[in-house]
Write a protein that binds this ligand. Sequence first.
Ligand code: NAD
Length: 419
Amino acid sequence: MNDAIEKANPFEIAQSQFDRATAYLDLKDGIRKMLRQTHRELIVNFPVEMDDLSVEIFTGYRVQHNNARGPTKGGIRYHPDVTLDEVRALAMWMTWKCATVGLPYGGAKGAVVCNPQTMSTRELENLTRRFTTEISLLIGPEDDIPAPDVNTNAQVMAWMMDTYSMHRGNTTPAVVTGKPIEIGGSLGREEATGRGCVVTALEAMKIRGINPEEATGVVQGYGNVGSVAAYLLHDAGARIIAASDIEGGVYNPQGLDPRDLLRHAQETGSVIDYPGTEFVSNAELLALKCDVLIPAALENQITGDNADRVQARIVAEGANGPTTPEADDILAERDIFVIPDILCNAGGVTVSYFEWVQDLQQFFWSEKQINDRLSDIMIDRFATVHHLAREKKVDMRIAAYILAIEQVNRATLIRGIYP
Ligand code: NAD
């Protein structure tokens, strides 16, 4: 892999991952060209009245990559640095993720360029309601179903659901997932992504002969995904020795209490200054010796520049796109087991699917049913991807891509190219 791709943007990285996998597939050239691109892209510039009565203009995106296997599905990100190419990459990864775990969805993603940390709740509500209105051209329970992502949560989904419902004149819970329980959310959804990460990490530990009771874990990013992964890995017996967020990290080789750390982070706004720990930077944290490293923040964290310093035995990708293709090669050479994002963090969209099914049927399941079904799917798909990786002598990412692209290819061939 050359430097040009390493320094490329997330969408070029997503396309390069796709290209690597298609080398093992017999795709028609037209289908290959189609799947390398996104299908629909909506860019909206819209006004929001701020608390001081000034009007700010925000830019938002909704991108659908592919809908051959069903309605499109994917989260909404609020971030000051988010770009259209990042949203394109995230939409493409959603297509492969849904296919990897066998959900009847295509892939989409949305974002608004904004900094929620500097906005009031009212401003965020206004922004969310106007953005929902702008993208209501595309979204709908049978069309395209958003969910939470970085800096969005159940409350944001509630505003989206309410706004869409107001336009329709009825209540449409199934238009978004990751909602509060009171309005059609699913039990287990908030923990689902972290839970799926830990289920797959435990499977990888079996393969590598690592006893969870003697294992150590390090988590980058202590939001929805990272914090849940940390405490569930801890519940499985492992010692969490470090965790970080955008401000930096905390480290204690004896292990820290992940739930208490979450309380601290919620009270103070960051994991840093947690009693009994020493400060580590995010760069230092990624290089800590541990059994399981869970990157759960943003893209491009493990790159050609630092992959040779990673001392984990397993990398469980809670985040989307945390490892670049060049880093993949280095980690593979060093025999570090990578559970790719499109498998590892697919627990979130899996329980989102359960939520959507429950909303459509108006019939709700117990938390145990949800967690058990989630575990069954994650274990089964992990085994399928691992089997394929061995058979084809490729890494887990390429194996997951082969599996996913083949599903989308078959759906496309069976449906035919319209007209
Ligand atoms: P979140 O907003 O709840 O948390 C993000 C965390 O990352 C925060 O602790 C933040 O401080 C930290 N962070 C941000 N920039 C950082 C940096 N440069 N270095 C270190 N830490 C940084 O977001 P989330 O929902 O937990 O999502 C995290 C990742 O998981 C994203 O890649 C997202 O796409 C992916 N993901 C989320 C879900 C889901 O269900 N929420 C599902 C699948 C994948």
